[in-house]
Design a protein. Structure first.
Lengths: 183, 244
């Protein structure tokens, strides 16, 4: 590709990159539930993106490319924490917060209760549900970002939402009796 | 629970419905079914509410210093343009490798040039940030070898060069005198080369402080706000960035 074309392409990215920084941070917070760790994760992701900018062939895929980098950095982080545990086991079972929504309920904030419920999800489910709900990625995009089959995306999403529903129902965050029909 | 979910296809379909993943016809069929079934209708409502709750729970999570949408970002374009320059230069990096080898038959430099044409190109740029974010010995010592080789070659040839070693995350260990590592070698290198600057990521130091760790850095180490800020600043100033 000609240098001038690359430059034009780079200039076209500028506003998007800044917006993605916020989106990456939001999802990093939802994955880690620790602002400091999210800060580091996003910084690491953007530096990695800078280093490998030449690998992004299709500017349309910038968003999912960045989230894919962040997912890999997150996995590296988890591996570093638990080097002897299979990463797939981490996805399915580990790194859940010990804080229950009931504990968070004591602090009275719906936001805190929802975050506590999300934090209790296994990390694999947490990643899928936040990518779908916060960033509105399609299932196919989530599969590509996380490097898992679409079927796994769907099953993790399903289990995540069932678990969230149960946890939040106990604390009355999901007010089932008062719900109106949504068509 | 896993098997239950696998066997209950309606969960997947309802999720797909609220996530906009169904095609027009399938969505129509499912909506018809929902209208006829109050139980399904309630489940869809629950799912939609959950989705909204999650969005609401995180919508105000903003990174420090995040700007409003309408404000034009100042630093990112420079980073991207600089990266593009590196990519463009990297295409023709072979001549630089050749030049380095001719100038100095040093095996380190030959290895450096062969390992990465971009790094060899960067060495000719005279102002280089070497960023290390890992304490993995192979990365750390490769970076130190490269820095030494560039400094030595520049000294031999009389070509001015400024090198900044920037460390964050676990890579910060190389600048710490309170943990085992190559800080002694770095201290010697710094003493012999006033054109070598050591920079630590303030964000990493703050994280460690929050965990109760007091960081003791090599003398003359500069603390930047964050590694990312430092990289942006240096690129803005025309430095060449290399992540090791």
């Amino acid at each position: 590709m000609k240098f001038a074309a690359l430059l034009r392409r780079a200039r076209g990215f500028e506003s998007e990159l800044e917006l993605h920084r916020t989106a990456l941070f939001r999802v990093a917070c939802a994955w880690s539930h620790e602002r400091a760790l999210a800060d580091d994760l996003v910084q690491d992701t953007l530096l990695k993106a800078l280093e490998h900018a030449d690998q992004l062939r299709d500017p349309e895929r910038l968003r999912s490319w960045l989230f894919g980098i962040m997912a890999n950095r997150w996995r590296d982080h988890l591996r570093a924490l638990r080097p002897t545990v299979d990463i797939d086991v981490l996805d399915e079972e580990c790194f859940c917060s010990d804080e229950t929504p009931d504990v968070a309920y004591g602090r009275g904030e719906i936001v805190i209760r929802v975050r506590a419920a999300v934090a209790r999800l296994p990390i694999g489910q947490r990643q899928v549900v936040t990518l779908v709900d916060l960033e509105e990625f399609s299932y196919a995009e989530v599969a590509a970002i996380l490097g898992i089959p679409i079927g796994t995306v769907m099953s993790r999403l399903c289990r995540a939402r069932l678990a969230l529903r149960e946890q939040l129902r106990h604390t009355d965050v999901v007010p089932l009796p008062r719900l109106r029909s949504a068509k | 629970m896993k098997d239950d979910v696998k066997n209950d296809l309606s969960h997947d379909r309802l999720n797909a419905l609220i996530d906009g993943q169904l095609d027009y016809f399938e969505e129509g069929r499912l909506l018809d079914a929902i209208q006829r079934d109050p139980g399904l209708e309630r489940r869809v409502s629950e799912l939609r509410l959950l989705k909204e709750l999650i969005r609401h729970a995180y919508h105000d999570q903003l990174p420090a210093g995040a700007r409003n949408r309408g404000e034009r970002p100042r630093n990112w374009p420079l980073m991207v343009v600089a990266a593009v320059v590196l990519i463009a230069l990297g295409v023709g990096a072979g001549w630089t490798s050749h030049a380095w080898q001719q100038r100095d038959g040093d095996t380190d430099l030959s290895r450096l040039a062969h390992r990465s044409g971009a790094v060899a190109q960067i060495a000719a740029a005279n102002r280089v940030v070497l960023h290390v974010s890992s304490s993995a010995p192979e990365r750390v010592y490769a970076m130190l070898d490269d820095a030494e080789a560039m400094l030595r070659a520049a000294r031999t040839s009389g070509q001015p060069i400024a090198i900044e070693i920037l460390a964050n995350s676990t890579g910060l260990d190389i600048l710490r005198i309170d943990v085992p590592g190559p800080s002694g070698r770095l201290a010697s290198l710094r003493a012999e080369n006033p054109n070598l600057t050591l920079v630590a990521c303030g964000q990493t130091i703050e994280r460690l402080r929050e965990r109760g760790v007091t960081v003791h850095l090599l003398p003359q180490t500069v603390v930047a706000t964050s590694a990312l800020d430092e990289v942006v600043k240096r690129i803005h100033e025309g430095w060449t960035y290399v992540r090791t």
